[in-house]
Design a protein around this ligand. Structure first.
Ligand code: PSU
Ligand code: MN
Length: 307
């Protein structure tokens, strides 16, 4: 029997010595950003985790193997590979069994991180309830995963292409703590502000780690969503991004883009319509999330050792 997951030498060393590890997803590489910015960003995000004193574990499935930590060559291979599967909970096992290659969304990354014993994960924005979901039923499997799998996920809120009030309602129904970091408002990915108050707020990595550990002691299933606002210098104000989002959404509807293609289509159109500014913001917010995720992972290690 081959092992369920395969660790890179760097991640394996961190596990042995009990150093903090931050998981990173790979759908953002294959479906969220164009080449070559995708692989350049992935490298910068990994470097950011190391700089913050942690070990990055980018997760993907290459030819049927669940990899926890990719080599530079594997990152490059994934970033350029044609027809990579976008893996969520529904697709992960099939991809492994058929020995195919796929990138992991937030949902699939959480599942793999948990298998690998990694408790904190940084991404850009989680999936959520799409606008018009009352007709399309398009609700990301990321939300259900947050209710099920005990991993703390650091995101810049949910992408503003979604219906954010409905996304917050579903998270509440599912019992997922949504914790805004350092502000009262729920951030909206490219913008710091959404006009919506986050259900919970914490101001330090230590407090987020303590809440994470307490969930474990209480035996609660599911993770925490930490909504970390984009740094002020990198944000696209809400008034600027809103009409762009509206246009991208109208085009998606007109072309009947559906299912897994919706989020990648919208991100690509918004990239084009903002002449790349949305990508700059996306890169800045992922780096910012990697920093916070590493600080939380380090605090979890510290608090557990102090017990
Ligand atoms: N964050 C980004 N870019 C992305 C994503 C997140 O900055 O491309 C991906 C994540 O992998 C997330 C997925 O899980 O989009 C959501 O896809 P869907 O809406 O189809 O569930
Ligand atoms: Mn969907």
């Amino acid at each position: 029997m081959s092992p369920l997951v395969k660790f890179s030498p760097e991640v394996q060393a961190a596990r042995r010595t009990g150093r903090p590890i931050a998981a990173l997803e790979s759908t953002i590489i294959t479906h969220g950003m164009p080449y070559p910015q995708n692989v350049a960003t992935a490298r910068r995000v990994e470097a950011q985790v190391r700089e913050a004193g942690g070990t990055p574990a980018t997760i993907a499935v290459l030819e049927g193997e669940i990899l926890i930590g990719l080599s530079d060559a594997q990152l490059e291979q994934l970033a350029q590979a044609p027809a990579v599967m976008k893996l969520s909970r529904a697709d992960l096992a099939l991809c492994v069994a058929a020995r195919r290659t796929g990138s992991t969304t937030v949902a699939a990354t959480m599942i793999c991180a948990r298998r690998a014993g990694i408790e904190v994960f940084a991404t850009g924005g989680v999936g959520g309830v799409h606008r018009g979901a009352e007709l399309s039923f398009d609700v990301s499997a990321d939300l259900r995963e947050l209710a099920e799998t005990p991993v703390t996920v650091v995101a810049a809120g949910a992408k503003a292409i979604l219906d954010l009030p409905k996304t917050l309602e579903v998270l509440e129904t599912l019992g997922v703590p949504v914790i805004a970091f350092g502000q009262d408002e729920f951030p909206a990915f490219w913008s710091r502000s959404s006009g919506l108050r986050a259900p919970l707020r914490l101001d330090s990595a230590a407090e987020i780690a303590a809440a994470h550990l307490q969930r474990g002691r209480l035996g609660l299933s599911g993770g925490q969503l930490v909504a970390n606002p984009i740094p002020p210098a990198a944000e696209i104000p809400r008034e600027v991004i809103t009409p762009v989002i509206e246009q991208a959404l109208a085009e998606a509807a007109q072309r009947q883009v559906a299912a897994k293609a919706v989020t990648p289509f919208l991100l690509q159109r918004i990239f084009e319509l903002t002449q790349g500014r949305s990508l700059e913001a996306n890169i800045a917010l992922v780096l910012n999330n990697a920093r916070l995720a590493t600080a939380i992972a380090a605090e979890i290690v510290r608090q557990r050792n102090a017990d």
